[in-house]
Each structure stands twice: as C-alpha cells, then as structure tokens.
Design a protein around this ligand. Structure first.
Ligand code: SF4
Ligand code: FES
Length: 258
C-alpha cells in the first residue's frame, strides 16, 4: 500500500505578487507537493521557486539571510500574522510541521507606508537604518574593550540592556500595528543604550532625534494596543516603549531639538 506521509504535504499557497513598486500587485495561487514537515518555511518557498524557475516563471522574491533568527532580514505575513503562527519565532525558524497536509496558506509582505514594497514579498526597510543613523549609537570614543570589572554595571541594568539588544530590526512590530508605529523597535534601541554607562551622555538628545526621524519616515504613533509585543520574535516588551516616552520627554524638557 502507498504511504502518503512519505510523499509529504500538498499545500495551496496564496502569495502576493508585485513585479515592481509602482505596479499593482495581486494574490496568486500556487500548489506545492512533497513538502516535508522538517523543512523550514523558507525552504518550502525555495521548493516553490525551483518549480517556478523550471517552468520558466519568475520566482517569488523574498528576503532572508542568516536563516537562524539573528539578522532580521526575513519577514512575511503568514495567514495574517507577521512571522507566522508561532510566538518568539522568526519566519526563517518556522517549520512546516506546524502546518497540515491540504492547508491553504496566505503569504504577504510587511505592509506599511514607511516600508515600501520592492518586489513581491520584499520591502525596503532602510527607514530603520536612518532612525539608527539619527541617534542610535554612542559617538564618544570608548576605546578598546575595558577589563570586565573596571566599569561596573548593575546586574538588572545589564540584563535590561541585553534584553533590548536582542531586537533584530525585522519590522514585524510595524507590520502588525494598525498605526504602523515603529515605537517598539525605537524603544528597544533607546532602552538598550540608556541602561549602559557609555550611553548616558547622549541619552536625551538620542531619544529626541530618533523619535523625530521615526516621524519623518512616516511611521505612526503608538496607541498602546500591544500587537507589536505579541508578534515580536525576540520578546521585546512594551516597557521599552515606556522608556522611549520617558527619555523623549526628558530630552524635550532639556531643550534638545532634532
Ligand atoms: S522590536 Fe521585535 S518585531 Fe520589532 S524590529 Fe525588533 S525584533 Fe522585530
Ligand atoms: S533570515 Fe536572519 S533572522 Fe530570519
């Protein structure tokens, strides 16, 4: 008797296809067969693309790099949820065992005015780079790495800075927010640097400049819905947005301007 499980899953994919930024896009249906539950979601898309190339069609453009949940390049809205169904999981670490044979899966790009579509599922996230360039750094020369105990940092501050530093800049927080706010991303960067001694001298100016750049890029305001925290693959929490607001208010009161 034929063993159906050894043939893998058959899936229907509804994928956003858009050949160029200024061309109208649409959802296109594809079928893939023999998908192993052990494949990652991106490997499943690789299978589809091999199929499309062999039939002379344009492969689906999507971003990825490390495929280890580190770089922040991957980003797909799967069945309406950025990075797919699993919490704390970037889409490159999502596996097909979380889907069933016969499923229909919708796959769309991040949708936000500040993240314009480049092609198909790829979007331009350089707005995040410009926010970092506006203030998400330490400009003083801190020299070589000091001896570990010469600059004591309280354990709770080191932990808070490290937790925020795990933000990979993927943009899922923006993609899920009805305001397309980048507050969780910006808050993570501000909170990380505000907790470290090297970040203190510029903390007020940093917050004012980064928030001004966030506004200039077209991201919306935060209205405390919390969707960003719910989809963040790195578990960045809303306390980072509270820090952002505190640091920004402090900067404005001190008279800093963008
Ligand atoms: S806060 Fe989370 S969702 Fe937003 S960019 Fe950072 S890692 Fe991605
Ligand atoms: S490809 Fe690097 S985090 Fe997903």
């Amino acid at each position: 008797m034929e063993d159906n499980t050894s043939r893998g899953m058959r899936l229907t994919l509804l994928i956003w296809r858009q050949p160029a930024p200024d061309v109208r896009g649409k959802m296109v249906e594809y079928t893939v067969d023999a998908i192993s539950p052990e494949m990652s979601f991106l490997e499943m898309l690789d299978v589809l693309n091999e199929q499309l190339i062999l039939s002379g069609e344009d492969p689906v453009a999507f971003d990825s790099d490390c495929r280890e949940g580190i770089c922040g390049m991957c980003g797909l809205v799967i069945n309406g949820r950025p990075h797919g169904p699993n919490r704390f999981t970037a889409v490159c670490q999502l596996h097909m065992r979380f889907f069933n044979d016969g499923d229909t899966i919708t796959i769309e790009p991040w949708r936000a005015r500040a993240f314009p579509i480049v092609k198909d599922l790829t979007v331009d996230r350089s707005a995040f780079d410009r926010i970092i360039a506006a203030g998400g750094y330490i400009s003083s020369n801190v020299g070589a790495a000091p001896e570990a105990n010469s600059l004591p940092v309280p354990k709770q501050d080191a932990d808070a800075a490290m937790d925020s530093a795990t933000c990979i800049g993927c943009g899922a927080c923006v993609a899920t927010c009805k305001n397309a706010s980048a507050s969780l991303f910006v808050g993570a960067k501000i909170n990380q640097l505000a907790h470290l001694p090297q970040g203190h001298p510029e903390r007020a100016r940093r917050a004012v400049r980064m928030v001004a750049q966030m506004d200039a890029e077209g991201f919306g305001s935060c209205s405390n819905e919390g969707e960003c925290e719910a989809v963040c693959p790195k578990g960045i929490n809303l306390l980072n947005i509270a820090t952002l607001r505190r640091e920004y208010t402090r900067g404005v009161r001190m008279g800093f301007k963008p």
